[in-house]
Design a protein around this ligand. Structure first.
Ligand code: ATP
Length: 365
């Protein structure tokens, strides 16, 4: 096992496209780090550079303290698990897992191979399927065989490139738990690429958020959620995404399209002489007013809104509330929107309420 260090890593593809722009990241020995970001942000490119499938244009990559920029993939002692598993259909599960060991041509005795495969199969609960062919396995079992291969190699680190994206939602959930359990059991340094929020938030010790080839923030899932460093991270982490509302400072009050909110002395100080601000409110930080008053909760700001559409999901109820933007602040929002590639500007508020809330479509709630 080993630490992986990226120092000012750049990737320029032969056509000149600058896909990774100065990424520096220290991944500790045994750590589970997630690379997350929208499609095309460079996460697979970064992973492929670590594993050696893509040249590094500039910067330094070390594994276990040694520079490996010029080292061939097989000499980096990493194990990569791909989205499509890359299993051999004509080989049994046993032979698929044993494959990397057989490739070493005589380095392992048959007994050693048997031992290593048996350990991997036990770790992944595949003991009963060793004689089957991949075609006779479920998607999740195939995924485990692919992971078994990574385990027998006793790699210095595991690299996953969206390994669960081909699976249905239920299986994805199961495999997520399994990967987390396996990583904890083996304690192997792991780098995992995904664009799935839930995987990012539940699997990793730390999450690295990328946008257009640049690292935005590297932090624990909780720190990302509670203290995003910029609007992009704030809008990217969380589902449904954070609401961004235009706010106008007026004396001791912040005027939002939905309500006027009193400004505390501390906030007043932080705002300085700013007049227009973007206010981020997570959907789950709203509450049905009727519930709040029943429970005598104080300190919130109550507002009335016309609910356009509701979605009942069993655990939550999402209410969509259109809002009008004061033309004076519309320009500010457009600026934000340009910066966020059309992701920022929202014309409706999404509110997540407890699923037993009484709010209905068309209600004045
Ligand atoms: P996705 O989630 O869609 O897989 P990603 O974040 O993994 O996206 P990459 O595959 O790393 O993105 O690609 C990053 C950028 O580099 C993209 O804009 C992509 O079009 C570009 N790119 C990838 N491979 C090449 C290549 N061989 N030549 C030129 N540009 C490339």
């Amino acid at each position: 096992m080993a630490a992986i260090t990226l120092t000012d890593i750049q990737k320029r593809y032969p056509d000149g496209f600058h896909a990774v722009k100065g990424v520096s990241l220290d991944i500790a020995d045994g750590e589970f780090v997630i690379l997350v970001g929208p499609s095309g942000c460079g996460k697979s490119t970064l992973l492929r550079m670590i594993v050696g499938l893509e040249d590094i244009s500039e910067g330094e990559l070390t594994i276990g303290g040694e520079r490996v920029n010029e080292r061939a993939p097989r000499d980096r002692h990493l194990a990569m698990v791909f989205q499509n598993y890359a299993l051999y259909p004509h080989l049994t599960v046993f032979e698929n897992i044993a494959f990397p060991l057989r490739l070493t041509k005589g380095q392992f005795t048959e007994e050693q191979i048997r031992e290593k495969v048996s350990f991997a199969a036990k770790t992944l609960e595949l003991q009963d399927h060793l004689d089957r062919k991949p075609a006779n396995l479920s998607g999740g079992q195939r995924q485990r065989v692919a992971m078994g291969r990574a385990i027998v190699r006793e790699a210095q680190a595991f690299l996953f490139d969206e390994p669960l994206s081909n699976l249905d939602a239920k299986l994805r959930g199961q495999m997520r738990t399994e990967i987390a359990r396996m990583q904890r059991r083996l304690g192997t340094t792991t780098v995992y690429v995904t664009h799935d929020q839930t995987e990012a938030m539940t699997l990793g010790d730390r999450v690295a958020v990328l946008r257009k080839g640049e690292l935005q923030q590297v932090a624990s899932p909780r720190a990302l959620y509670e203290h995003p460093v910029n609007l992009f991270v704030a809008g990217f982490i969380g589902s449904p995404p954070m609401n961004f509302l235009p706010g106008e400072v007026s004396g001791d009050v912040l005027r939002l399209p939905i309500a006027d909110v009193p400004i505390s002395a501390a906030l007043r100080q932080r705002l300085g002489d700013r007049r227009l601000v973007i206010v981020g409110i997570r959907p789950e930080h709203f509450e049905d007013g009727a519930v709040a008053s029943r429970q005598n909760r104080e300190g919130g700001v109550t507002f009335h809104a016309d609910v356009d559409v509701t979605e009942w999901l069993g655990s939550d109820l999402f209410a969509y509330i259109p809002f009008e933007t004061n033309p004076q602040v519309a320009g500010k929002l457009e600026e934000l929107d340009r910066d966020l590639d059309g992701e920022g500007l929202r014309t409706q508020l999404v509110v997540a309420l407890a699923s037993d809330s009484r709010v209905r479509d068309g209600d004045d709630a």
